[in-house]
Design a protein around this ligand. Structure first.
Ligand code: FES
Length: 111
């Protein structure tokens, strides 16, 4: 199990992981917050549904994808937590939006 160092004395902030209110040290990443909340997996793969946990913790492997404040596909290891943040483990592929995409201001004709 992932635990903070016993001598850690950093101030903490509160946020939600899977609906549970947890206190984590400031400057913790979202991926570490999920582990500190007691979960050992952070997502399920899009094809097989295999359980995955954060591996590299430096933005390379993408095994830490989470939903943060309703936004899916965030790399949990690259996001620093904020008070009140809501983190959910990602299950399979993210849902596709059924709304029209915003026009691209960099393309003439709104394409
Ligand atoms: S744990 Fe590898 S990209 Fe986040």
């Amino acid at each position: 199990m992932f635990r903070p160092r016993p001598d850690a004395t950093a101030p903490t902030i509160q946020l939600e992981v899977e609906g549970r209110v947890v206190a984590v040290p400031i400057d913790t990443t979202a991926a570490a917050a999920v582990l500190l909340a007691g979960f050992d997996d952070i997502r399920e793969s899009a094809i097989s549904g295999a359980r995955r946990g954060p591996y590299c913790m430096m933005g390379v492997c993408f095994d830490c994808l989470v939903e943060i404040d309703g936004v899916p596909n965030r790399q949990g290891c690259m996001v620093t937590v904020e008070a009140g943040m809501r983190i959910r483990r990602q299950r399979g592929p993210r849902a596709l939006s059924l709304t029209e995409p915003e026009p691209n201001p960099h393309h003439e004709g709104g394409g």
